[in-house]
Design a protein around this ligand. Structure first.
Ligand code: FES
Ligand SMILES: [Fe+2]
Length: 460
């Protein structure tokens, strides 16, 4: 067998051993999970009302009276800052005859129904029933807004519609422990966009749950970075991270470090990669990390890829300390342990780095299995007072959006993946057990919520 094939077999073996799952079998998922209206209906009944879901960043609700609306399938939920330091969440529905109370976000003293004029305060108590005397037994005290569980972690606000739900931190474990060194709670938004797309919410999620597609879909990045990664299962959550065989940042994947350095020397390679990511993602790293990357030429000649990258990270760390911002203090050991991308079940994924992150939320568009909304947040550490003022932008078509170009490559690709799933020419999807394991893992958990049984139905 040729040497390269031997290497790839050994690499796969080492990767699966590393994540503690050496016997992981090939993985198959029925396409029905993506295109069947019955499956979407089951998700609406058994998944969404039971799980913790991200609503917004805490910084989106800084003042008493700030509120934001979160919609999932046919439920709309208001999250509001009812008092300094506390949040409340309610179903966004008038208790008279069901009109939705608020749309979008804003600041208010009370939630007012424009149908007949009933009103609720920020504590969810009804403060006004028009012509209350007309009712015999219904009184304001009997019609509070129904409460929804709300909690926070990592600077995110979460809700759960299930009154018996486990506490958020128990649900998220072990994610907070792995990610603590990133100080996500101290990051602030650089931008926030929402885009509807013609595909299932999971078809879009899958494109952000693996790096296997990167050399093909994002071929511009291929000469600069080896994306071989292995997926780790953490109960219902997953992450993927590099393996001992993944080449250092900046090395062309099919070359040795020396060959790659001879073709494009390390300082230039890492500088060009950072330039490409700055323009193509506008996130993941902070503006200061991208700025520092432009000056890598100042470093002495002859440094290896790892040395150049470490020097860049160190420069940003020093700058963060000087600016007193926090952030950028994570060590390489902590980063290696925390991996590259996390999938928090069911619909949140993000890529944290030493000084920033890009985060995604994937939602069905009502109960249509062929339509979804992806919400995106660029996050970074900033010196106090220098955080950008961010306006949430929405689009119905990704082509018209200001989404960065690397993400547009994903959107155009994903809609065609979903179109293909509706073909009679395919019944099951094949999932790479090393690099795409996050996808199989969340399908197992999803089946558990829907059917109370994971393996049999995910596999053929
Ligand atoms: S429906 Fe809200 S006041 Fe009548
Ligand atoms: Fe992608």
């Amino acid at each position: 067998m040729d040497e390269k094939v031997n290497f790839r077999i050994a690499r796969r073996k080492r990767a699966l051993e590393l994540c503690g799952d050496p016997k992981r079998p090939d993985q198959v998922i029925s396409k029905e999970a993506y295109i069947s209206p019955e499956f979407a209906k089951l998700e609406a009944e058994k998944l969404w009302p039971k799980v913790w879901q991200i609503v917004c960043r805490l910084e989106e609700l800084p003042n008493v009276g700030d509120f934001t609306e979160y919609t999932i399938v046919h439920d709309s939920i208001i999250v509001t800052r009812n008092a300094p330091g506390t949040l409340k969440a309610y179903f966004n529905v008038c208790q008279h005859r069901a009109r939705k109370l608020v749309e979008g976000s804003g600041n208010t003293h009370h939630f007012f129904c424009v149908n007949h004029g009933w009103r609720w305060n920020l504590e969810g108590q009804c403060t006004r029933m028009v012509d209350e005397e007309d009712w015999e037994s219904v009184r304001k005290e009997n019609v509070p807004l129904p409460e929804v569980k709300v909690d926070t972690w990592g600077g995110w606000v979460f809700i759960n519609m299930d009154p018996n739900a486990e506490p958020l931190l128990d649900y998220l474990a072990p994610v907070p422990e792995y990610l603590a060194p990133y100080e996500l709670d101290r990051m602030r938004m650089t931008w926030h966009k929402s885009i509807r797309a013609d595909c299932n919410w999971k078809t879009m999620l899958d494109a952000f749950d693996e790096q296997y597609h990167v050399p093909t879909v994002h071929h511009e990045a291929a000469p600069y970075t080896d994306v071989y990664a292995v997926s780790y299962k953490h109960g219902k959550h997953s992450h993927f991270g590099i393996t001992p065989d993944t080449k250092p940042v900046g090395v062309k994947p099919h070359l040795t470090e020396e060959e790659s350095a001879a073709e494009r020397e390390p300082r230039r390679s890492i500088m060009e990669l950072m330039e490409l990511l700055q323009g193509g993602l506008m996130a993941m790293w902070s503006p200061r990390m991208y700025e520092e990357a432009k000056h890598l030429k100042d470093l002495p000649e002859g440094m290896s890829h790892n040395e150049v990258y470490a020097a860049l990270v160190e420069r940003v760390k020093k700058r963060a300390a000087k600016e007193g911002t926090g952030g950028a203090t994570i060590t390489f050991e902590q980063m290696a342990r925390a991996g590259s991308l996390w999938h928090v079940f069911p619909n949140h994924s993000f890529l944290p780095t030493n000084d920033g992150a890009i985060a995604y939320r994937f939602r069905p568009n009502r109960d249509d299995p062929h339509s979804m909304v992806v919400d995106l947040w660029g996050l970074a550490h900033f010196p106090a007072g220098q955080e950008p003022k961010v306006k949430h932008e929405h689009w119905d078509r990704w082509e018209e959006s200001t989404a960065p170009w690397l993400l547009k490559q994903d959107y155009s690709n994903v809609e065609l993946v979903h179109a293909g799933m509706r073909s009679r020419g395919i019944s099951d999807l094949l999932v790479d057990r090393v690099q795409e394991g996050n996808i199989y893992n969340y399908h197992q958990t999803l089946r558990q919520y829907l059917y109370g049984d994971e393996d049999k139905k995910v596999r053929k």
